[in-house]
Ligand binder design. Structure first.
Ligand SMILES: [Zn+2]
Length: 123
């Protein structure tokens, strides 16, 4: 198990910028969506805050990635959004978790827990 962890570290250190972009597209995009669902479960989220939050966690996410992602999540029915018209044309769009999004989050959390256990156990 120790050996496995060690080889993971070496692998991560050897990634080129191109490799990292591929990992982002293939894997981390899903993590970011889970992260968004998680925070939307706590209360409405806005894009700017979510960008800062993802960066705080070490993810280098651009607005050009985040905003289309939020739109797609909304089109799947996981989020709904609204803009407060009182706040003028520059008002931020707030995203709320829907009932369907909550079901998706619970399901993914279960699967993530299962995967986490397997990775830990190395079985
Ligand atoms: Zn977070």
């Amino acid at each position: 198990m120790t050996l496995l962890r060690y080889s993971y570290t070496i692998f991560v250190m050897d990634l080129s910028l191109n490799d990292i972009t591929t990992v982002n597209k293939e894997v981390l995009l899903g993590f970011w969506k889970i992260h968004i669902l998680h925070h939307a479960a706590e209360g409405p989220v806005v894009g700017q805050w979510m960008l800062r939050e993802l960066r705080r966690h070490g993810y280098d996410v651009s607005p050009g990635t985040l905003y289309p992602m939020l739109k797609r999540m909304e089109s799947h029915g996981w989020l709904r959004s609204e803009v407060d018209p009182e706040r003028g044309p520059k008002a931020p769009r707030s995203y709320y978790l829907t009932d369907k999004g909550r079901v998706v989050l619970v399901r993914v959390e279960e699967q993530l827990g299962e995967l986490r256990r397997e990775l830990k156990e190395g079985s």
